[in-house]
Write a protein that binds this ligand. Structure first.
Ligand SMILES: C[S@@+](CC[C@H](N)C(=O)[O-])C[C@H]1O[C@@H](n2cnc3c(N)ncnc32)[C@H](O)[C@@H]1O
Length: 390
């Protein structure tokens, strides 16, 4: 085995042993299973004790295994540098990138990481196995938790949503930005509201993100800026204004959660225009297409019921969004990011830029779907310049 691989494995074992491991990403898969893309590992604390949570990311699905660290390492070590030609390790003090080239040579790059060294306590010191510890002071300031680090009255669902969102963002960020980036990633949360999820982005463990919340209600912007200052979050700011005009010009990541109706489309269009590689939206209040929706004959009977019309409008709006993003050059997935028991507004569209825009097959799917439902215009299609009729 290469010296570079040996050194990488040494760092991996040491960080798993001393609790400094934050994330392991294995990429450039060359193994037998052609659908496997990546493996992402991160430490979690379960009732049964510390575990490495391993997400096996396939082309169209993900599977997760939570294994005792020694067992996880025994499984992964033979794959590093063999089945996976790229491996990236992020610890509290440094990042290490192993690259094995086509000619069989290997290179290890190390980068000390000052910010991570001073980050929050490792998972095993946390009161509970949440990505955001319940006793994080900003959660209390925003009214999400009480003085005991438990969800405040009426905030259990929001607390759960913050945790699920944080977990999910770790996976999406690792997938969209696998290497050790030089600068903090620039991320905008459009329609940030009371800032719960915006703070979760800014206060995550690991390399800090540069986070801007955009919100049209100035009183919320003032409250959130005050809380960010109070907790010394210099990488977090909120600006007052409309998504269409106040979005920062250069972005790596765009987030818009529950931005109502066509505000989600405005957010996606702004994110694409600003150059974001990762787009994450949770749409809601899909009213735009309801007026245009013409029931295809076979569905006319079912769609005389208002609730089916409403759900159909949601489905068609978001399905067209997903196809439009494919057309715009993004690999797109649609899933439930939190269970319906916590919120009904749980659909998420995540898209990672993967190719140049203008895919003709995707344009065809957009137009066929629109024609099937009698849709003449879609806010995102208009913003991106894809006419549905032609
Ligand atoms: C339902 S709240 C969601 C807040 C937060 N993203 C969350 O999920 O907890 C939607 C927020 O988006 C803001 N908003 C809606 N349309 C907007 C626009 N065009 N520009 C700026 N803010 C907008 C609203 O004022 C509101 O605070």
């Amino acid at each position: 085995m290469h010296d570079a691989c040996e050194r990488f494995l040494g760092l991996l074992r040491a960080s798993a042993h001393d609790g400094s491991l934050l994330r392991l990403t294995l990429g450039k898969h060359r193994g037998a299973d052609g659908s496997l893309r990546q493996v992402i590992g991160r430490p979690v604390m379960l009732k049964a004790g510390p575990r490495l949570s391993l997400v096996w990311r396939h082309a169209t699905r993900d599977t997760t295994k939570n294994l005792p660290p020694a067992e996880a390492l025994a499984l992964l070590e033979p794959l590093i540098g063999a089945d996976f030609l790229d491996a990236h390790l992020l610890t509290r003090s440094q990042s290490a990138q192993l690259e094995v080239r086509a000619d069989g040579s290997a290179r290890l790059s190390l980068k000390a990481h000052a910010a991570a060294a001073t980050g929050p306590a490792p998972a095993h010191d946390l009161p509970k196995a949440h990505p955001i510890p319940g006793d994080a002071p900003w959660l209390q300031t925003l009214g999400v938790t009480n003085a005991h680090g438990r969800p405040a009255a009426g905030m259990a669902d929001k607390f759960h949503q913050i945790q699920k969102f944080s977990e999910l963002m770790e996976h999406l960020l690792a997938e969209a930005f696998p290497g050790p980036g030089a600068d903090p990633l620039r991320i905008a949360d459009l329609g940030s509201g009371k800032g719960y999820l915006t703070f979760a982005l800014a206060a995550r463990p690991g390399p800090p993100l540069d986070v801007t919340g955009v919100e049209r209600r100035p009183e919320l912007v003032a409250l959130c800026n005050q809380a960010a200052r109070q907790h010394g979050l210099a990488n977090l700011r909120f600006v007052a204004g409309d998504i269409a005009t106040a979005t920062p010009a250069g972005l790596d990541v765009l987030v818009a959660l529950h931005a109502c109706d066509t505000a989600t489309d405005d957010a996606l269009a702004r994110g694409i225009a600003a150059g974001a590689r990762l787009l994450v939206v949770a749409p809601c209040c899909q009213h735009e297409l309801r007026r245009q929706l013409t029931a295809p004959p076979v569905l006319a009977g079912a769609l005389r019921h208002g609730i089916f019309q409403e759900r159909q409008a949601e489905f068609v709006t978001d399905a067209l969004r997903a196809e439009l993003l494919e057309w715009a050059g993004y690999r797109t997935k649609v899933f439930e990011f939190v269970s319906t028991g916590h919120t009904a507004k749980n659909l998420m569209i995540a898209a990672i830029r993967a190719r140049p825009p203008g895919d003709a097959a995707a344009a065809g799917r957009v137009r066929d779907l629109a024609a099937f439902y009698g849709i003449r215009s879609h806010h995102l299609g208009t913003a991106l310049g894809l006419a549905l009729g032609g």
